[in-house]
Design a protein around this ligand. Structure first.
Ligand code: SF4
Length: 238
């Protein structure tokens, strides 16, 4: 769907308002604030984590706080501009300590997520962490091991959610969760030295983000070239 950035921002604002005081599942009892999403409307990359953490619950914004600084550092290292990115989670409310959202909670909140995906219509969905990856239907089967799947391109299928009986597919790729990277790795954002060490989650995530940037840049370049040739043909009166 081709939305202008203004139309998209308005539609996302309306959607956010509609879900702001949601009490459709038990998670509303535990939240401080609902966490809708943040980033560029019309983003090329949609990063989807699992559920809000403590910092996100306090400020109402996803991918904030100390853990997410790791992801921001890696995006910067891979030269992915923030105006390519939008961030959200599969559920908008923070579950009680150490619990994962249940299938029911997730399914209710996904009505909002599907609409968000439809409005943003990204080139690539980046699932962040094991839980977010497993929550999607992948065209090549269930994905459960983040160690095996991190950095592997695939397609996620959103069955009949936007239009009855029509599936919508998106190119997608999983990355490690920044909390996992921080737990198992020792990133040093100042020197960026951590990105040079192989077989470490931070380095592997960096490689994946770098690969995403390269592919998206290539697609943009192709798109620009075809627009230019179309303009040239229009000028020639073809
Ligand atoms: S998690 Fe989603 S469905 Fe559940 S109360 Fe929060 S906004 Fe509503």
């Amino acid at each position: 769907m081709d939305w202008s950035p203004n139309e998209c921002a308005t539609a996302l604002g309306d959607l956010s308002q509609k879900w702001d005081n949601c009490s459709q599942c038990d998670l509303c009892k535990h939240r401080n604030l609902t966490v809708f999403g943040r980033g560029a409307v019309n983003a090329l990359l949609l990063f989807i984590g699992d559920s809000p953490g403590e910092d996100e619950d306090k400020c109402g914004e996803p991918f904030t706080g100390t853990t997410s600084e790791t992801l921001m550092d890696l995006l910067e290292a891979a030269k992915i501009p923030l105006n390519w990115c939008y961030f959200t989670n599969t559920v908008m409310c923070r579950p009680p300590e150490k619990q994962k959202p249940t299938g029911f909670q997730r399914s209710i909140c996904w009505n909002r997520l599907y609409e968000q995906i439809y409005l943003i219509d990204p080139l690539v969905i980046v699932t962040v962490g094991k839980e977010a990856m497993s929550a999607f239907s992948w065209s090549d089967g269930r994905r459960t091991s983040i160690q095996a799947e991190q950095g592997r391109w695939g397609t996620v299928v959103l069955q009949g959610k936007f239009h009855k009986n029509i599936s919508v597919e998106y190119t997608a790729i999983p990355i490690f969760h920044p909390a996992y990277i921080s737990r198992t790795d020792t990133p040093d954002p100042k020197t960026k030295g951590y990105i040079q060490e192989r077989e470490r989650p931070a380095y592997e995530t960096f490689l994946t983000l770098d690969k995403i940037r390269e592919c998206v840049s290539m697609l943009l370049e192709k798109h620009r070239a075809s627009i230019k040739s179309l303009e040239r043909n229009i000028r020639r009166g073809w």
